[in-house]
Write a protein that binds this ligand. Structure first.
Ligand code: NZQ
Ligand code: ZN
Length: 370
């Protein structure tokens, strides 16, 4: 944070400080940042209480605060929820239309002035610190929708990543974030049939994550492991490994639909649907699943058929997930079988992975995830 004053000195007088439900007050990060803002003689407006899986209602509430005076710069201090929320505010302050409908349902780009934002990251996983993604939940409509904006103004101008800021995270959040990272890499990796440099980069990131996550799981205060995890999260979803890839994102679509109805932790929703989904599409992208087993999990191909190698890879993935203590059953997140019709309605069907799912197939995967 020593460089934060330098970043903020010339951004204007009025800073909108956005944070979550209070973790930054307990671990001292809030005091450090307020100290820096006061030293710089900034005028500070605060929006606090941004919840995990931020709601559109909270966006509307924030806008009524943010529009009261001219905001020069937004500083988001927190995890993906806070940064995603800050982006939604940044693109809506000067917008006259309906942000939910236009930005999240119809995926329009902001054409108004976008207020610049910067981030101090405290929870690792989403990559929101270095991308244009924003995910907002509309509880009335039972929808959780994300948009990766093309407008480069939505990128944070800077992000501070200090691994020690993540030490106070509960184990549950730490491992959910780790699985979110893994899933982001898989979503990009499991697409396409070509030999692609992006896939080699993806495999390297996954291998680093497997090593560091096992260390951090046993010793959360291992600086090197937490630092590697933090850095991997950023590279997993800052567009580097999506180059030349059609990408899938079906796991996120299924998981987000569960999130919309249960408000469960994002990474855990992904953990519940991943194995049923990947086991189902295994045959449609067999070559890549074989490569995944061998290059990421070190499965030896000796004497095994392609299908056996691929299955063994997913078995190894399951073993790692169990080791971390991830939630593997959606019922443990509050999902019920009665929710399935609404879950299906909220599932955006992706067409760029190895298999475009029909409604029956989506239902089958939800049942298996339950
Ligand atoms: O609110 P506070 O009190 O800060 O507590 C938070 C929250 O309860 C806590 N926390 C954060 N940093 C902490 C800490 N507790 C102790 N010590 C710290 N240092 O952790 C809890 C979870 O935080 P949250 O920001 O919700 O987690 P995450 O970073 O996983 O963000 C999840 C949101 O990001 C979206 C998800 O859908 C979800 O809404 N995503 C955003 C993406 C993007 N922008 O590209 C992509 C992702 O796939 C994802 O969809
Ligand atoms: Zn994610």
């Amino acid at each position: 944070l020593d460089s934060l004053p330098e970043e903020l000195r010339n951004v204007g007088k009025t800073i909108l400080l956005i944070y979550g439900g209070g973790s930054i007050k307990k671990n001292g990060i809030y005091d450090k940042i307020i100290g820096i803002l006061h030293d710089l003689e900034k005028e500070v407006i605060e929006i606090s209480g941004v919840m995990p899986n931020p709601t559109y209602e909270k966006v509307e509430e924030g806008l009524s605060i943010a529009r009261r005076q001219k905001v020069d710069f937004i500083l988001a201090v927190g995890g993906g929820s806070v940064i995603d929320y800050a982006k939604a505010i940044a693109i809506s302050i000067h917008y006259d239309g309906n942000p939910w409908k236009d930005y999240f349902v119809e995926l329009k780009e902001p054409t108004c002035e976008v207020v610049k934002l910067g981030a101090v990251l405290t929870m690792v996983g989403t990559g929101s610190e270095m991308n244009t993604g924003s995910v907002i939940t509309n509880t009335k409509e039972k929808l959780k929708l994300g948009h990766a904006f093309s407008n480069p103004d939505v990128f944070p101008r800077f992000a501070f990543l200090d691994p020690t800021f993540t030490y106070s995270l509960p184990h549950y959040q730490m491992v959910a974030g780790i699985f979110d990272i893994f899933s982001h890499i898989c979503e990009q990796y499991f697409s396409g049939e070509d030999d692609n440099t992006s896939d080699y980069l993806a495999e390297g990131l996954m291998r680093s994550l497997l090593v560091s996550s096992r260390i951090a799981n046993k010793n959360p205060l291992d600086y090197e492991a937490r630092s590697n995890i933090m850095w991997t999260a950023t590279w997993a979803l800052n567009t580097l490994i999506s180059k030349g890839k059609s990408e899938d994102w079906m796991v996120h679509s299924l998981g987000q639909s569960i999130g919309a109805l249960t408000n469960a932790t994002h990474g855990m929703t992904l953990a519940c649907v991943s194995l049923p989904y990947y086991r189902y599409i295994l045959n449609f992208g067999l070559k890549k699943f074989v490569r995944f087993a061998e290059n990421v999990f070190g499965v030896s191909p000796d004497g095994l058929s392609d299908l056996e190698i691929a299955k063994k890879g997913l078995q190894e993935m399951e073993t790692w997930m169990r080791e971390l203590g991830l939630v593997l059953r959606a019922r443990d997140l509050g999902m019920t079988l009665e929710m399935i019709p609404d879950l299906v309605k909220g599932t955006v069907v992706m067409t760029t992975g190895y298999k475009t799912l029909s409604e029956e197939e989506i239902i089958k995967i939800y049942r298996e995830s339950y």
